[in-house]
Design a protein around this ligand. Structure first.
Ligand code: HEM
Length: 180
């Protein structure tokens, strides 16, 4: 099952702002439609359709999985009216590393999981993989939170962008939306 993020003039999320963080941005649009799709969508007139697939974990270890499952919140909480779509592409240097080398950077050095855990359950998250679908980004990251936690989310992204892991990010766009 694919998930499509289609920017255009209609959708279940209103785009509040979007900005390139690293590399090229995305064309402006007023709305974002997030929807499941049984098949890869055909090219459309939409401003930009991005497609990803929720997949199995690559780096998480058992103890981390247990800890995450114990505290994480699901998507679509009624009070989580704000969301962020952050598409990310990592560099060739990242993809040339082995799984072990990537885990070392991702967690041992950058503490992506250990340092992000404290933002749960305020921030609900879903990672979609795009790289093997021939998409312009490797990952579509999606986060939902209540307006009261908007600053908490800024702290989280600021913390992650300062990690060694992020030195391998060659394209990142930050799209902020509000449920319509
Ligand atoms: C809410 C707090 C967060 C938690 C608990 C969290 C946790 C995780 C975990 C457990 C994984 C690994 C999945 C796997 O094993 O394959 C992961 C991957 C990832 N996360 Fe986060 N994350 C958080 C916030 C963020 C934020 C804010 C961003 C973007 C700004 C982000 C971007 C990514 C990316 C791009 C990956 C894929 C990395 C790769 O496979 O190379 N995460 N995250």
């Amino acid at each position: 099952m694919f998930t499509t993020f289609t920017a255009g003039d209609a959708g279940n999320w209103q785009i509040l702002r979007m900005a390139p963080v690293t590399g090229d941005g995305l064309a402006p649009a007023s709305h974002l439609a997030v929807a499941p799709a049984a098949a890869l969508p055909a090219a459309s007139a939409a401003s930009w359709p991005l497609v990803g697939v929720a997949s199995h974990v690559r780096y998480v270890e058992r103890a981390e999985k247990t800890a995450l499952v114990a505290v994480q919140a699901g998507l679509s909480r009624p009070d989580a009216t704000l969301a962020a779509l952050i598409p990310i592409r990592k560099s060739a240097a990242w993809w040339e590393l082995t799984q072990e080398e990537r885990r070392r950077i991702f967690e041992d050095k950058s503490q992506h999981i250990a340092a992000s855990m404290k933002y749960l359950p305020a921030i609900a998250r879903q990672l979609y993989h795009s790289r093997d679908l021939g998409q312009p980004f490797d990952f579509l990251t999606w986060f939902e939170f209540a307006p009261a936690h908007a600053q908490t989310f800024e702290d989280l992204v600021g913390m992650l962008r300062a990690t060694e892991e992020w030195s391998y990010v060659e394209r990142e766009v930050d799209v902020r939306v509000r449920r319509t």
